[in-house]
Design a protein around this ligand. Sequence first.
Ligand code: CMP
Length: 136
Amino acid sequence: MSSATEETLVVVKPDGVRRGYVGEILSRFERKGFTIRQLRMITMTKAQAEKFYDVHRSKPFFNELVSFISSGPVVGIVLVGRDAVATARRMVGATKAWESEAGTIRGDLSLGLTDNAVHASDSTASFQHETKVLGF
Ligand code: CMP
């Protein structure tokens, strides 16, 4: 069965950039067969970060999340490919990086939670919201 071609957004978080994993993360998506449609390094303002993570506004970790994601440059990557949202999420792995499967990005590269190396949109609606906030 074929699944539709769609777009998703992957963001290499400040810890991933600081630790030098931009190339490694990009390479995994390229090897999988995704096309990179857009790519940009951005340092989010606090206001941008609050909008980006708007769905988490009521969570106890919201302030920590906002201050972390705006603590340094991130790399936003718009990917195109088959079933891109779900496929990229599978490649990224579980949110709690210490629990994520080996072979996933978080499983191989991170032990963090807020600092879990990478973010990927969880739906097409999130993709549209997040890319708009980041100015893609
Ligand atoms: P991300 O995929 O960017 O989506 C929301 C982020 O919130 C998630 O990755 C984690 O980095 C972060 N997060 C989720 N739960 C917690 C928590 N309990 N404490 C701190 N950060 C969290």
